[in-house]
Design a protein around this ligand. Structure first.
Ligand SMILES: Nc1ncnc2c1ncn2[C@@H]1O[C@H](COP(=O)(O)OP(=O)(O)OP(=O)(O)O)[C@@H](O)[C@H]1O
Ligand SMILES: O=P(O)(O)OC[C@H]1O[C@H](OP(=O)(O)OP(=O)(O)O)[C@H](O)[C@@H]1O
Ligand SMILES: [Mg+2]
Length: 299
């Protein structure tokens, strides 16, 4: 039996979001023992229960207040929202933040040999998709009328199977489209995973836990996006070197034993340091340049 006093978080059981969702929670310090077949997992060190479900069910679980938080792709969330609105409901939830994984786009694609000069080409066609509401919202704006053919998986085979003229499906690298002789012709929605919270009053203790979790998530994401940079540099080129490092905070400058002209610089950069920038740093006289990952951050 689930305990109402514990924070309930829904995440995808197995699929594109599950590893990243699990890792995010683990990096926030939540110790969960996820056994393969268990649909509910209990955190050992915090009052948190994890529900592992199909991603399609997560928006509903949050909107119906069955769970407190959910980690879900914006594409699935938006489709669920539009579906409920079409049924006359007014679903309520809050998006707490966008996450740094699950990036993909919902795109229209056609067979490679089909002519495409713009959305109007899709007038009176049949389009296979798992996202009929997002598709309709987009094509309605373009004034295009079409028939949708609802498929929950293997959407890419629809044109070859004679089920549809085009498809509207998720794309990341484009490899699935290419393997199926399809060409991406229009991006209709860009998505990432996000963290959502149910509407309504939250007991104070739960709210405190959510606030703590949000600070930790912020720290985890910020740390993943940041690098710790160390180098030795000529003391008279510091400003030129700092100018090459956008997103870097003011550096710590330390003396180098036995060398009056050079210093050691340490700094945190919010951006990846590319090889090209390292080469420019070297050209300015920097040496022993180290770029290190950061595990955790708190401001
Ligand atoms: N190729 C991709 N690259 C990155 N993220 C993706 C990709 N495809 C999908 N996603 C994101 O991950 C979510 C889950 O994708 P997945 O393919 O695992 O869903 P599913 O097959 O519907 O899973 P489930 O069995 O839970 O219903 C998508 O809704 C989308 O937000
Ligand atoms: O552009 P790509 O990098 O090829 O990725 C796109 C594919 O990824 C997703 O499916 P997934 O592989 O998760 O399998 P599923 O369809 O069984 O959910 C999506 O539904 C596409 O089919
Ligand atoms: Mg699904």
């Amino acid at each position: 039996m689930l305990d109402n006093a514990r924070l309930r978080i829904a995440m995808q059981k197995s699929g594109r979001l599950s590893d990243d969702s699990r890792e995010l929670l683990a990096r926030c310090g939540i110790k969960i023992n996820l056994q393969q077949q268990r649909l509910i997992a209990f955190a050992e060190n915090m009052p948190i229960d994890i529900l592992r479900v199909r991603d399609d069910d997560i928006p509903g679980l949050v909107m119906d207040g069955v769970v407190d938080l959910g980690i879900i792709g914006e594409n699935v969330l938006e489709e669920a929202l539009l579906t409920r609105q079409a049924q006359g409901e007014e679903p309520r939830y809050q998006t707490l933040r966008r996450l740094d994984f699950g990036g993909c786009r919902l795109s229209l694609a056609m067979p490679v040999d089909a002519q495409y000069t713009g959305p109007q080409c899709l007038n009176n066609t049949r389009i296979a998709t798992s996202y009929p509401h997002l598709l309709k919202k987009y094509l309605d704006k373009q004034g295009v009328s079409f028939k949708s053919c609802l498929l929950n998986g293997s959407v890419e085979v629809a044109p070859r199977a004679g089920l549809a003229d085009a498809i509207c499906d998720l794309v990341s690298t484009g490899a699935t489209l290419e393997a199926n002789g399809l060409r991406e012709v229009e991006v209709i929605y860009r998505s990432k995973a996000c963290l959502i919270q149910r509407d309504g009053e939250m007991p104070a203790a739960k709210q405190q836990l959510i606030d703590k979790l949000m600070t930790r998530i912020q720290g985890v994401i910020q740390a993943r996006e940041s690098k710790y940079i160390m180098m030795h540099a000529p003391g008279d080129r510091l400003e030129d070197i700092i100018a090459l490092l956008p997103g870097a905070e003011r550096p710590t400058v330390l003396p180098l034993a036995g060398d009056k002209n050079r210093v050691a610089m340490h700094m945190v950069s919010s951006e990846t340091l590319f090889w090209e920038t390292m080469e420019k740093l070297k050209a300015l006289g920097a040496s022993s340049i180290l770029v290190l990952p950061i595990e955790k951050m708190m401001e």
